[in-house]
Design a protein around this ligand. Sequence first.
Ligand code: AMP
Ligand code: MG
Length: 288
Amino acid sequence: MGRKKLARLDGIDDALRVGPEPGAFDLAGMDRAATPCVKDAATAAELRPLLGDELADLQERLYAEGRTDGTRSVLLVVQGLDTAGKGGIVRHVAGMMDPQGLAIRSFGVPTPEEREHDFLWRIRRALPAPGRIGVFDRSHYEDVLVARVKELVAPEVWEARYDEIVAFERDLVAAGTTIVKVALMVSRDEQYKRLAARLDRPDKLWKYNPSDVDTRLQWDEYQAAYQAVLDRTSIPEAPWYVIPADSKDYARLAVTKLLLDALRSLDLGWPTPDYDVDVEKARLAKTR
Ligand code: AMP
Ligand code: MG
């Protein structure tokens, strides 16, 4: 049981990846309640735990590599509008791994200090060290999303950032970081339901921010800004994956699988010790 369903899941990379040519993906036309490569949301919930052992094993190999002379790392960039489920991804997907090997960072409104620097300054400081899996809850993409929609900077400033981001990510990849970029996309109706639920439940009020409604009022502008991100920054070295996110179980499974694929592609072994194992066995035996 599960084997056949897991085999089908192997197609998810191709199903969700955005091609490099502009217009390769039509955000407006996508079904955000779909569950590509999975029968339904219930099946997604059933499958995700089955990936846990391999994910943890590969993470440990990466960590071990980083502790020796490795330079490789992985960076999961999680984007999405309010209520898209970014926090749940961080909690559930990162929760399947050893916290020691993770570097989780979230990016909010820039602080006065951050504002004194280039938009990539705070991002560079938050990058995962060798052997680590970095998780970004929001990222440098906010600087071409909220910054563009809310006109926080002049058009020529955000306009230039797409190319800056591409150059930045190319350098990162060349230096040994595997980048996995996921855009969680909920439908307008589902966003409404989730915001309404926040206002209805005492345990969810803390998640609500009055500005969420302002963001919702600019739904179309945000969709256009996301479309531009997909058109201009889905490079072969670091493609975007657009995740239908009306089902939280599906989104969490999809991101887990994409992260697992990234780790698999690294072909991780175990580091060779810098000591002689037989000599150490003999030394240890004498201490019995
Ligand atoms: P949350 O993720 O709910 O904690 O909210 C973080 C807030 O920070 C969101 O409203 C983002 O739009 C905002 N934010 C994140 N990055 C930037 C940025 N570079 N410039 C302006 N606002 C940002
Ligand atoms: Mg929020």
